[in-house]
Design a protein around this ligand. Structure first.
Ligand SMILES: [Zn+2]
Ligand SMILES: [Zn+2]
Length: 450
């Protein structure tokens, strides 16, 4: 019997080794001769072959195991699923395959009560994070739970994936989570207790990019954690000087991604990216002033400086009729009016939602006052010299833009209401401010997670 055990043990060992190193041949042979090995686990951690394949990104073996009808949600000693391990190690193909096989995104481990989404955010694997979020959008589990709730799912200590991404300096994950509805001002404290916000944790981690994204999404610089500190104090304490400068409540308010833009259901990804970039550029310009004189210098935004030459060459008709400075890059649909990204942001920020009516109204086109159904990126016409090729089209275009311009100018009311981006408030934080009361709960926890 001892003989049998050690024999089995060596087969087991051989299998786990083969899985770990992606030795498909050995794996397949062993599985054929000893099919029950599929359900064996390592002695201490109780990792199944599927766990090992997922953690090591052995997609072929993982696929074979799943095809062999192994349970995709098999648990190890710490109640981690293979999906959690794949997300932790950034094994994107394995994450996708496991999701395809129906792996449950709503499982909690027994270490910190975390889900696969926490793992992806904590370790900064943005593609895995996206894949899990997309799966959650269509999975029946998340449907019963609600997608928004899933994005803001808390671990055993009250941390959402956004908290973890901010703390671990994962700006890309922070951005994705905010984009999918993560609550920017949610504290880690549960049941109405205060705690650290993502901004506190970003201040602690010292990531400028995370702080920028959070501020642009309406994070509150004045919200206090359990010890009564604002994020500024946290950054100072951890000697993140540039972060502290941005978080200093006396420095200029950053521009905030306007919530009316969230109402435009079909804000297409291109236009959105362009507007976001404009917002970030504008914020970086302000940062220059904030950080001027301090020891922290920042690289200037990569795309604003070089464009000046181009702008001077642009014919007048392509200039934004609101500011007469920038080129039109955004087109309003369905009316077809155009303006620059900065003015679009200003327009949407200008349209503050009225909290009393609770129902937000989508922004209107400043030129014709029709409802903005869609914002798209203006197609840049190339080869202006080749008029011969499509003469008629070009003439039509110039007529259109001329008439557009005169119409725009006639409606003085529309453009005079613009005060530019400097007036943009931070109403994105409406509803996000939580009670300032201080409870005796422990400060956020991440000391242990270092
Ligand atoms: Zn403009
Ligand atoms: Zn219009």
């Amino acid at each position: 019997m001892g003989q049998g055990l050690s024999c089995r043990g060596s087969h087991e060992h051989g299998l786990f080794r083969a899985v770990q190193h992606g030795d498909f041949e050995t794996f397949a042979t062993l599985l054929e001769t000893h099919p029950s090995l599929m359900n064996h686990t390592t002695v201490y951690d109780r990792h199944s072959p599927l766990h090992i394949a997922a953690a090591n990104g052995q997609i072929h073996i993982l696929t074979r195991l799943l095809d062999g009808s192994v349970n995709p949600d098999v648990l190890n000693r710490q109640k981690q699923t293979p999906l959690m391990l794949a997300a932790m190690h950034g094994k994107f193909a394995c994450v996708e395959k496991l999701l395809e096989a129906g792996a449950n995104v709503l499982m909690f481990d027994s270490v910190n009560g975390r889900t696969c989404l926490h793992y992806a955010a904590y370790y900064g694997h943005s593609s895995c994070l996206k894949a899990i979020l997309s799966a959650a959008q269509s999975s029946p589990v998340a449907a019963s739970w609600g997608f928004a709730r899933f994005v803001n799912i808390r671990d055993g200590r009250g941390a959402t994936p956004l908290h973890l991404a901010a703390r671990q300096r994962r700006p890309e994950c922070v951005h994705i989570l905010l984009d999918r509805g993560a609550l920017v001002c949610a504290p880690t404290g549960r049941y109405g207790c205060p705690g650290s916000t993502a901004l506190h944790l970003a201040a602690r981690g010292g990531s400028l990019d995370c702080i920028r994204s959070l501020l642009a999404w309406g994070a509150d610089r004045l919200q206090r954690d359990t010890s009564g500190r604002i994020p500024y104090m946290v950054a100072l304490k951890h000697r993140h000087g540039a972060c502290a400068a941005l978080l200093n409540p006396t420095s200029a308010e950053p521009l905030v991604w306007p919530s009316p833009l969230k109402l435009i259901s079909e804000l297409n990804p291109e236009a959105k990216a362009l507007l976001e970039r404009a917002l970030m550029d504008a914020n970086k310009e302000r940062e220059k002033n904030i950080l001027k004189g301090s020891a922290y210098s920042l690289p200037s935004p990569s795309h604003s400086d070089g464009d000046d030459d181009n702008i001077s060459e642009v014919s007048e008709t392509e200039l934004c009729c609101i500011c007469f400075e920038q080129v039109c890059t955004i087109e309003v649909q369905n009316c077809g009016h155009q303006m620059c990204a900065q003015c679009t942001l200003a327009l949407c920020c200008h349209n503050k939602p009225n909290p009393a009516t609770a129902s937000l109204t989508p922004p209107l086109c400043p030129f014709c006052r029709s409802t903005i159904a869609r914002l798209v990126v203006v197609k840049i016409e190339e080869n202006h010299d080749d008029i011969d090729l499509d003469n008629s089209v070009d003439i039509d275009c110039s007529k259109l833009s001329k008439s557009r311009k005169s119409r725009n100018l006639n409606e003085g009311g529309g453009s005079s209401s613009f005060k530019g981006l400097s007036t943009v408030g931070s109403f994105g934080k409406i509803g996000g401010r939580n009670s300032g009361k201080i409870a005796a709960e422990n400060d956020y926890v991440d000391d242990k997670q270092q």
